[in-house]
Design a protein around this ligand. Structure first.
Ligand SMILES: [Ca+2]
Ligand SMILES: [Ca+2]
Ligand SMILES: [Ca+2]
Ligand SMILES: [Ca+2]
Length: 437
């Protein structure tokens, strides 16, 4: 009987044009001899989006996302809910995600909104449960949200730290819009298509105490239960490392030169071998462009690889030098850069590009202890590659300075050396679904 009612209700809602795109509500199959209170199989997908709604109390920016309708007829619990009219109590919920946050909208139709009582939990309210470990019970790491039309939102009965939300009343009820930091879901790997237990529901007080409630899946909407539904975070972006070697696939984005305190007007831009000399006697300036990776691609991280092939102290293989890398702050020209000058017409504020705040930053964005010959990988600090990609006009490259360690020279191959030995970069990029394959 209930199956029939659910089908009818979905048909009715479809006729009313209110079924959202790709609505994934799938009431489980029930036969006549199946007890009414069995586990239902309600599933819903939460899709990744690049551009999330704005948390501002206006739900028009949810129009294109699938909605999970909840009416008396479609509710999983309690029995007899089909007697409730849409106008008395009904609603929809929607859940989407970005690479940073989970977004939830609730729109409740209620003919008489009660809020602001001393015991606000006896007022109108809505509950939404993420059973993060899908255990069927509330355990550490799960997320139980309670929304009050009076503007209150609680997460696991406490202050929802890091959340953003707006709850407001509407002409025919009330609504809520909230974003949740992914960190609230702990170590869940959203990109891996994670599934969590899920339900939501509403409680209706029309002025004389709690009269009705509706649960989308399972006998509770304020806590995880074994009969809850299943929510899948799908359609996530692809993240991967992308390498750029000078001279390979047309990439020509690396320029480099040494700056020598011994020969302060000498340019080394065309040399295929560059010297980095400890105690700040030779620095190496190096700039790498990050090519356009496509629309809506984000660069999250980056690495720089440099091949140090020799030292001037082969008799002391145990000597080491500590190299720090800083971002340069002004344009420089590979063909004319020297210890004294950034280009033919511009002097560095201080020799060796050492003017803090004008020639280079003081912040170390990568470092490495050179303790052998061969390839070294410099991991760029958080945000550096992202900024270089998003603001190429601010990408003036970096300077490598051997600031500590033995007094010795390290020889590295430059971009002129050829694809096998030249410095190369790789960036960790996030491609929207369907791109980056
Ligand atoms: Ca909005
Ligand atoms: Ca009502
Ligand atoms: Ca009410
Ligand atoms: Ca060069």
């Amino acid at each position: 009987m209930k199956q029939t009612l659910i089908t009818l209700s979905i048909t009715l809602l479809a006729l009313m044009g209110v079924i959202g795109l790709g609505s994934a509500e799938s009431p489980g199959t029930r036969s006549a001899d199946t007890p009414a209170l069995t586990v239902t199989e309600r599933e819903v997908d939460s899709v990744w989006v690049l551009h999330p709604p704005v948390i501002d109390g206006d739900l028009n920016d949810w129009n294109n996302f699938s909605k999970l309708y909840l009416t008396g007829a479609s509710a999983d619990y309690p029995e007899g809910s089909e007697l409730y009219s849409l106008r008395d109590i009904s609603g929809w919920a929607s859940v989407i995600w970005t690479s940073q946050r989970v977004y939830v909208a609730l729109a409740i139709t209620d003919d008489y909104v009660v809020s602001g009582s001393r015991d606000w939990r006896g007022d109108d309210l809505a509950g939404l449960v993420f059973d993060v470990d899908n255990s069927g019970s509330f355990t550490a790491g799960d997320i139980d949200l309670i929304f009050s039309p009076g503007g209150i939102l609680t997460a696991n009965d406490g202050w929802p730290a890091g959340y953003e939300w707006v709850i407001n009343q509407t002409a025919n009820g009330w609504q809520a819009e909230v974003s949740i930091p992914l960190s609230a879901f702990g170590s869940v790997d959203f990109l891996g298509g994670h599934q969590v237990g899920f339900t939501w529901g509403v409680q209706d007080n029309d002025g004389i105490g709690v009269e009705n409630w509706l649960s989308w899946a399972g006998p509770e909407f304020l806590k995880a239960t074994p009969a809850e539904g299943l929510l899948s975070f799908i359609n996530g972006p692809v993240r991967k490392w992308v390498a750029f070697h000078p001279g390979v696939d047309g990439y020509d984005g690396v320029i480099d030169s040494a700056l020598s305190g011994w020969h302060p007007d000498q340019n080394y831009g065309a040399d295929s071998e560059l010297t980095l000399y400890a105690r700040n006697q030779y620095h190496v300036a190096l700039k790498f462009d990050i090519p356009d990776l496509g629309p809506d691609v984000r660069v999250l991280d980056g690495k720089l690889h440099i091949n140090f092939y020799a030292t001037n102290k082969p008799d002391h293989p145990d000597w080491t030098s500590y190299v720090r890398v800083y971002r340069l702050l002004r344009p420089w020209d590979e063909a004319t850069v020297t210890w004294n000058r950034a280009d033919a017409s511009t002097r560095w504020t201080k020799g060796g590009a050492d003017g803090i705040g004008s020639d280079r930053e003081s912040r170390v964005i990568a470092s490495k202890n050179l303790d052998q010959l061969g390839w070294f990988t410099f991991d760029l600090a958080d945000g550096v590659a992202t900024d270089m990609y998003e603001h190429p006009e601010n990408n003036h490259g970096v300077i490598l300075r051997a600031e500590e360690g033995a007094s010795m020279a390290w020889n590295m191959y430059s971009s002129e050396k050829g694809p096998d030995d030249a410095p190369w970069i790789e960036v960790y990029a996030e491609f929207p679904p369907g791109q980056g394959d």
